[in-house]
Design a binder for this molecule. Structure first.
Ligand code: ZN
Ligand code: ZN
Length: 348
């Protein structure tokens, strides 16, 4: 086993503390990754605080991981020591179901999440808030040289979570896309949507992020705190992707969809989504959800990001700052993703 410094919480109201976890010795197909940076995703907060009631403590969150390969198993073929790599929210899956065989590992009933899960070896999984991780090479993604590791880390959740629906619903030249919420997910999504060729609008509660949104490629920016916006933009989008981690006025958002338009919800708000059926009958609208993306698509995503100069805008923090970062993230006070410098895990 390999002893690794990490940060964990031991209960829903606990602060993060320094701990030592054990990683398995790399098996034949495993890659040992020296973590350089780990992004802080909103869902990390949900798990750390067990807001969905499903956390196994102690929990080491983190599913936006970027680092360097430092050892490989005897049968590893895709990586060598020194490669720049990333790991997202999955570290294993069954490999044989229809989803796995179609490159849709995110829909495998036997998928293993990077943390707060039980691996196929029966051991709990611990995420990226740590110095090292051991992962089967199939679940490791190569990071192109042009993207710094700190800016690459968030792409493994925020990036793929937006890339996958944008591709699935064919965002591209001639299509009109709105991205609701310009935060960790949204600010990457806007860049991807624009690079795919779609006319891209940001929907935000206030005007505060307008300049950043336009700088990162948005064609338009609308303030949804003003009800007049929903009238002005009625039936004007083919695709609305909501990154907002709370219940939104679904009726209002559905009203933005043109004929055959789709509203894609990416978050898990506290309350069920509710909608009047008539809103769907009008314009033959759809409501959908998606969950991250598969491994091949994740590689495609980061290669696409490199080719188009896309990455996450980050604020690098020390491991001692995670609790404060959570509070600031909940207050919307980050532009646009916190990433933990893994070198600081050993402090404290
Ligand atoms: Zn995430
Ligand atoms: Zn499967």
């Amino acid at each position: 086993m390999i002893a690794v410094k990490a940060r964990c919480t031991c209960g829903p109201s606990g602060r993060f503390q320094s701990t030592t976890i054990q990683r398995r010795d790399p098996g034949p197909r495993d890659v040992l990754v020296d973590i350089a940076f780990a992004g802080i995703c909103h869902s990390d907060i949900d798990h750390a605080r067990s807001t969905r009631g499903k956390t196994m403590y102690p929990v080491v969150p983190g599913h936006e991981i970027a680092g360097i390969v430092s050892a490989i198993g005897t049968e590893v073929t895709r990586f060598v020591i020194g490669d720049r790599v990333g790991v997202g929210n999955m570290v294993d899956s069954c490999r044989v179901c229809a989803s796995c065989r179609s490159g849709l590992e995110q829909y495998c009933a036997g998928r293993v999440l990077a943390y707060n899960a039980i691996g196929r070896d029966g051991e709990p999984t611990y995420g990226g808030y740590s110095e090292k991780i051991v992962v089967d090479e199939y679940f490791v993604i190569r990071i192109p040289d042009s993207i710094p590791l700190a800016n690459a880390a968030p792409l493994f959740c925020a990036g793929i979570t937006l890339y996958s629906p944008l591709r699935h619903w064919s965002a591209g030249p001639g299509s009109r896309v709105a991205i609701a919420g310009f935060g960790g997910l949204g600010h990457v999504g806007v860049q991807i949507s624009k690079a795919l060729g779609a006319h891209t609008t940001v929907l935000e509660l206030t005007a505060a992020k307008r300049e950043d949104a336009l700088r990162l490629g948005a064609d338009a920016y609308a303030v949804v705190g003003d009800p007049a916006t929903f009238i002005a933009l009625a039936t004007s989008f083919d695709l609305v992707i909501s990154t907002v981690p709370a219940n939104v006025d679904l009726e209002a958002y559905l009203g933005l969809l043109a004929v055959d338009g789709t509203f894609v919800n990416l978050s898990i708000p506290q309350k069920p989504l509710s909608v009047a059926a008539a809103s769907l009958l009008a314009n033959r609208r759809s409501i959908a959800g998606t969950r991250s993306g598969g491994l091949a698509e994740s590689q495609e995503m980061i290669d696409f990001c490199a080719a188009h100069g896309i990455s996450a805008q980050v604020e690098v923090i020390d491991a001692d700052y995670i609790d404060e970062a959570y509070e600031r993230l909940l207050a919307g006070d980050v532009r646009y993703r916190f990433v933990i410098d893994a070198k600081t895990m050993a402090k404290g």
